[in-house]
Design a protein around this ligand. Sequence first.
Ligand code: SAJ
Length: 454
Amino acid sequence: MAMIATTLSEITGARLDRINNRTAKIGVIGLGYVGLPLSLLMSESGFTVTGFDIDERKVDQLQRGESYIYRIPHTEIVRAREQGFAATSDYAQLSEQDAIIICVPTPLNLHREPDLSFIENTAKAIAPWLAEGQIVVLESTTYPGTTEELLIPILESGNRMGLVARRADTQPDAKTFQVAFSPEREDPGNDSIARRDIPKVVGGVEPLATEMAAGVYGAIFNRTVPVSSTRAAEMTKLLENIYRCVNIALVNELKMLCLKMGIDIWEVINAAATKPFGYHPFYPGPGLGGHCIPIDPFYLSWKAREWDFHTRFIELAGEVNEAMPEFVVRSVADALNARRIPLCGSRVLVLGVAYKKDIDDLRESPSLTIIETLKQRGAEVFYNDPYFSTVGRGRHYNLNMTCTPLTDLHSYDCVLIVTDHSDYDYHSIVRDSKLVVDSRNATRGIKSDKIVHC
Ligand code: SAJ
């Protein structure tokens, strides 16, 4: 990106130079499935990276060269440590950074409203250590306006240097820091595309912020996509995830109709997917999991109310997706009933608690809701998941379950496939079970009257 022709303070200019020649110091706050991979990529590209996290256990593990994320081998941590990466919970070290990137969670609270406490607390932790000319980038998925209405006021009011965020109308002699928003685009479990090949959207409060942020990310992503504002960048991310949420709800609804009509929705989707333009396949499932797709759309719904605007698509998609776990439980009850077995008192083995296949994350997993509902209906519920030896908290109460081995499948009245991990041998599961209810089409191609799709 062309250098912004502007009068930069000497300090800011020096930081921009270090960013562009990759000698900058980068602080990454929040070392989870977004912040840690980002830190490793940044280290690899030459920056000196310091990871910040409030969880001392994570910091200690990283300092020892250990990984706590299934898909990140400890060898990558060791290599980053050799490249100068360090983890700490001493936020005073933020003052030494040229750029500070915030990768903290943005969940919903119990009333399904945005919980911005992680961003708020992180902003308060940064403010006292803020230094002139730094670029602060928020990556956490949130509603348009968060960066400029929540993050910046806390940084401006809490810093000790009288610094203000640089805006288009900032006085030339003001002591400033820069702020941008840049959404993360992680797809856990998807190794089909290298992280550096995923274009990175960047939106600054003003052009210098966009340039500095693009300079940082340009070192690790093959393409940065500058947009005109932080709000445009915040909304870009929400559009991406709302698009998924609405289209998944669409196929979930069509699946329920096709089951009544005796049409194989999976065959229909695969046939539609042969269209080389204007169509992208989504697949029905037991409900939406993960800490993004089921949550992000409601950040926008909540914000839209400020304009008395009702986001009907988002609400309807939410209703359809949230009803899927109940639909799965009803399907199990109907399948057992057809075999003269009441759900109450039946033995049901749930395959998969992760929110999607081949990953070790069960946040918002529909499996947890399905297990709780089956228990509430009186079933004796067991689970198996190669990624989880135990399951503690469910959606509403502690499940306190231990992974059941995949043996004696015939001892269960029903084996319910909720997460279609690749590790499973579906042929032997069907062979050894009395009844298989399949919510993922994992048994496709297997002919058996023991299989019920839902
Ligand atoms: N799901 C379906 N049918 C589908 C696709 C997904 O039922 O056709 C379900 C999954 O089983 C899962 C949930 O939806 O329970 C979410 O899956 P996901 O892969 O859409 O979402 P995440 O949270 O694992 O990752 C997504 C990213 N995924 C993809 O783009 C494929 C991306 O949307 C975001 O970068 C990321 O969330 C994020 O962090 O926002």
